[in-house]
Design a protein around this ligand. Structure first.
Ligand code: GLU
Length: 315
């Protein structure tokens, strides 16, 4: 089988050096295995999407030397490849079909955030909010109809109990228990916006992605995604989660770190080759000063990539 990697930026905030490093590693991994590479724009969360940012992010990735044979062309914006559209905002029909395929594994939930917070203690992982206590899991048809008169429902997945184990090619054996930590998670919000967890699975499978390399903050999400792969009978990709990039002061880089944003570095006239050299060296790969990305494919080896958080010495 031909390998295929991908990078999937969200046009809700500037790309920073951490995102650049993820893109570089994902690209090197795919290319070192003779694979293709897909670029997907994750613009699902329409209220948070910044106009024009997706296009600029693609230009910045192009500037770094990342190439893709599927995804929106950075110059024309037209889709390259036959498995598009490559912007999630244009893939609603595919997500709707997935909901239908999931059938009774999906149910309507009428709870507000405040109600969930009040009903559940102790709280689950920070990024996900409290564990959903299953309040709406067994509503009858009449109860649902009654509630729909005053509130639009979110759709949740009935998460089976028990841990999900998987192999991560960088972090080794992993095990998470989504039922115990997040509970029945949201697939479509009450405002109609599809959740990342569902969209990413549908898209990676439909786009022929065989390997996913991304930041280790997404490890717990991987277990939820594996659950969806299994329920939908889709083929799981290989997983590799790289450690995060921290600023010189030791804090995780975020969209708010203007100095480390690719747009600021580009506007300041920085040499993209030098950034690639630094990010590779920081990640445990050969430094190879003066060499572009293409020249690094033959020496790339996934096991060499640093597993823990790496710290920038300067922007
Ligand atoms: N759009 C997601 C992000 O920017 C990518 C998640 C993924 O790689 O699965 O964090």
């Amino acid at each position: 089988m031909i390998e295929r990697g991908r990078f999937a930026p969200s046009p809700t905030g500037e790309l920073h050096l951490g995102n650049a490093r993820t893109a570089i590693l994902a690209w090197l991994w795919a290319r070192s295995e003779g694979g293709g590479f897909t670029m997907r724009v994750e613009d699902l969360d329409r209220p948070r999407v910044r106009p024009g940012l997706a296009r600029r992010q693609l230009e910045e990735l192009d500037w770094l030397g990342i190439t893709w044979d599927e995804g929106p062309d950075s110059r024309t914006g037209d889709d390259l490849g036959a498995r598009g559209p490559y912007r999630q905002s244009e893939r609603t029909a595919q997500y709707e079909a997935a909901l239908v395929a999931l059938g009774d594994h999906v149910y309507q939930c009428f709870c507000s955030r405040a109600e969930i917070a009040a009903a559940s203690a102790p709280h689950g992982p920070q990024d996900d909010g409290p564990r959903y206590p299953g309040t709406c899991a067994h509503l009858g048809r009449a109860q649902r109809a009654e509630r729909r008169r005053t509130r639009a429902p979110a759709l949740r997945l009935r998460v089976p109990p028990g841990p999900i184990a998987f192999h991560d090619e960088l972090q080794g054996a992993q095990e998470f228990d989504p039922g115990a930590t997040v509970g029945d998670f949201v697939l479509r919000r009450a405002d109609g916006i599809f959740a990342y967890q569902l969209a990413v699975v549908i898209d990676d499978a439909a786009m022929g992605v065989t390997q996913v390399l991304r930041g280790e903050d997404l490890l717990p999400s991987t277990a939820r995604q594996i659950l969806l792969y299994r329920l939908l009978g889709l083929r799981e990709p290989r997983w590799a989660h790289a450690g995060l990039v921290a600023s010189a002061s030791g804090e995780r880089l975020s969209k708010r770190d203007r100095a480390a944003s690719l747009s600021a570095l580009r506007a300041a006239g920085r040499d993209p080759g030098e950034l690639v050299t630094r990010l590779c060296a920081l990640s445990g790969l050969p430094e190879l000063p003066g060499r572009g990305l293409a020249d690094r494919v033959s020496t790339f080896a996934l096991p060499r990539v640093a597993r823990g958080t790496v710290r920038l010495d300067r922007p």
